[in-house]
Design a protein around this ligand. Structure first.
Ligand code: FES
Length: 636
């Protein structure tokens, strides 16, 4: 076979010369992706592929290979901005198509802002891409079968249920009262032409006529701060709608410990916490169903991944043992008899609920789901998974063994305990870049900055270290020293309430009225990152590997995924590795929940993980304190 002539592509600047690494980036900043025709804007760290960014945000792109560059179905058109032509693009597209911006989405790493046109799905997939480059063969628990039954006669007086079950004799099914109540009416109204709705081994309903094309499931990531719901078409594996909102338990406290304490102090609080969580799930269910034009009764199963405390609270289980030593959960695995209604979710009345099992009080179902989504048990590489948050969960795998732990990082990453801190909402500074004489900011919502969210905090500290305005011990230099080191930035050093600060965004002439980073904020971040670094350094010791051996670091969760890899390395939050080894993993808990809905096999994998992963308790380690103190410094 002759090699394609690529010379014109070089001439037109579409393709880099041979040997040029594709889509290099320095791991800083954010790129903005505008997906058409949905007109959805997404911001991701550089280096994330169009395919991953779309899939994390519920935008379906055709694929049967799971983003591995073999099916050539993930064709998209870059309509503004540019993405270099990959090796495979040259084989898939004509020169005219390449010039018009056509690319394979799974190989197209975005390193600058682009608009992307996503064609409608052309295939009915047998597999779906979810999680971190994971592909699952579609074997959902939800099945539908259309059957045309013989009508009863005096010589065939089989009961209605037997009539249905006989037509489904390749399945061993149970039926519950709900379906028995509906059977006589539906069968006769539909002239015995019905669709059986089966979830796992239970016949949950019969529906008049052929409804086999409509089978939906609902996947939840029940976070302490944010709750995300994805409505999935389980026949294609594609998301029909995604919605998120703050957990309505927020008024009871920002983190799990305050919510547990609230429940311990007043017995009336537990039902209120449960109602708030259930109300959150119900609101999101209504929202995604309305957006996708799906009748809630067409949602036949729910999967939920949450930390141990959120899971206990939404089910109305006393959380106190989770919050006090020796930190014990009521159960690791949840009964199969749970229903969506037990979670307060009003979908099909007999829809079962699959709730992710947890490894321990502080490595919950969300992390088990995350491990499943990132394939921690399937990869031979040494990989470190970090879900950054108030409670930070860490998992290390060397291809054979998997160890996990939790590190209490405190609220700094969520903008808590930070003078100008805020959550990642409109007005939050999320990216900070220092030049010789200026501070460049990216602000969520492109509005005037009003505060600093976690990723902006990490960036600000990282940049101040880079230019020498913050030393390794975490001390901001004096205004006098700043004049020597970076004269163009020195005027931003001020004192607010006796504390040294660096002004990031002026609001009038007063530093105190502006958005700034204070010396104490830096200390808060030092404690948070030291807790996390102590966690992974002890896990590395546990498996006998060096930090430089780690081949991939996955930054997960609603905060971790938005961290700048370069800044995470510079402040020592992750091992000192090339930035290309630090990968944003997206909302892996939600991805794990989707996988459970799409594949019975993957669901079984979650139970296997519970047996394979060894939990390492850090707090009783004699070397914990020494390591923690060692990790407080920034690696300058
Ligand atoms: S080639 Fe299969 S998803 Fe890109």
């Amino acid at each position: 076979m002759s090699r394609p002539d690529r010379s014109h592509l070089h001439r037109e600047g579409l393709i880099d010369p041979p040997g040029t690494p594709q889509a290099e980036h320095d791991g800083t900043g954010r790129v903005r992706l505008h997906f058409l025709p949905l007109a959805r804007d997404v911001r991701v760290p550089p280096g994330v592929t169009l395919f991953d960014a779309a899939s994390w945000n519920g935008i379906a792109i055709d694929s049967t290979c799971g983003g591995h560059g073999t099916c050539k179905k993930c064709k998209v058109q870059v309509t503004s901005g540019s993405i270099p032509v990959s090796r495979l693009d040259v084989r898939c597209f004509t020169p005219g198509e390449l010039s018009a911006g056509w690319r394979l989405a799974c190989l197209a790493a975005a390193v600058s802002d682009v608009s992307v046109d996503v064609p409608p799905l052309s295939t009915r997939p047998k597999a779906a891409t979810v999680g971190v480059g994971r592909q699952v063969i579609l074997r959902p628990a939800i099945q539908k079968r259309y059957v045309e039954l013989a009508e009863p006669t005096l010589s065939d007086q089989r009961p209605d249920l037997d009539r249905v079950l006989d037509a489904l004799d390749d399945l061993e099914l149970r039926a519950d009262l709900h379906v028995l109540r509906r059977l006589p009416g539906v069968l006769r109204a539909a002239d015995f032409k019905v669709t059986a709705v089966v979830v796992d081994d239970v016949l949950i309903d019969v529906e008049a006529g052929d409804t086999t094309g409509r089978r939906f499931g609902l996947a939840y990531d029940l976070g302490t701060t944010t709750v995300v719901a994805t409505l999935l078409d389980t026949s294609t594996g594609t998301p029909a709608a995604v919605a998120s909102m703050l957990n309505k338990q927020q008024p009871f406290g920002a983190d799990v410990i305050t919510r547990i304490s609230a429940a311990m102090l007043d017995p009336a609080t537990l039902p209120r916490l449960q109602a708030a969580a259930q109300d959150t799930l119900a609101t999101l269910a209504a929202e995604v169903c309305a957006e996708a034009g799906v009748d809630p009764r067409e949602v036949y199963e729910v999967a939920l991944a949450g930390n141990a405390t959120m899971t206990a609270l939404v089910l109305g289980i006393e959380p106190e043992p989770l919050g006090v030593a020796p930190f014990v959960q009521s159960t690791a695995s949840w009964p199969r008899s749970l229903r969506a209604s037990d979670l307060g979710v009003q979908v099909h009345p007999a829809a079962p609920a699959m709730v992710f099992p947890a490894l321990g009080a502080y490595v919950g179902g969300d992390i088990v789901a995350g491990m499943l989504a990132s394939g921690m048990d399937r990869d031979k590489r040494i990989r470190l998974f970090i879900d950054v948050g108030t409670n930070c969960e860490l998992v290390l795998s060397d291809g054979d063994r998997i160890v996990a732990t939790a590190a209490p990082a405190g609220p700094a990453f969520e903008g808590g305990a930070i003078r100008c801190g805020m959550r990642a909402a409109d007005g939050a500074i999320e990216v900070v870049t220092l030049t010789d004489d200026d501070v460049k900011l990216q602000v969520i919502g492109d509005v005037a900055p009003v505060g600093l969210c976690g990723s902006g905090l990490v960036d600000a500290v990282s940049e101040l270290i880079r230019v020498g305005l913050l030393d390794g011990s975490g001390r901001l230099v004096t205004a006098e020293d700043a004049k020597e080191i970076a004269p163009g930035l020195a005027e931003r050093f001020h004192t607010v309430q006796g504390e040294r600060v660096f002004v990031l965004a002026w609001n009038g002439a007063e530093a105190a009225e502006s958005v700034y980073l204070s010396q104490r904020d830096v200390r808060e971040l030092q404690f948070a990152k030291a807790a996390i670094a102590t966690g992974w350094s002890l896990l590395l010791v546990e498996l006998g590997v060096e930090p430089s051996d780690v081949q991939q670091v996955l930054l997960a969760g609603s905060f971790g995924s938005y961290l700048s890899p370069a800044s995470a390395v510079r402040i020592g939050l992750v091992p000192k590795l090339p930035v290309l080894r630090i990968v944003s993993a997206g909302n892996v808990a939600g991805e794990g929940a989707k996988m459970a809905l799409l594949s019975m096999q993957e669901r079984a994998g979650a139970a296997t993980l519970l047996r394979e992963v060894r939990y390492v308790e850090l707090s009783d380690r004699p070397e914990f304190n020494d390591r923690f103190v060692d990790q407080l410094a920034f690696p300058v």
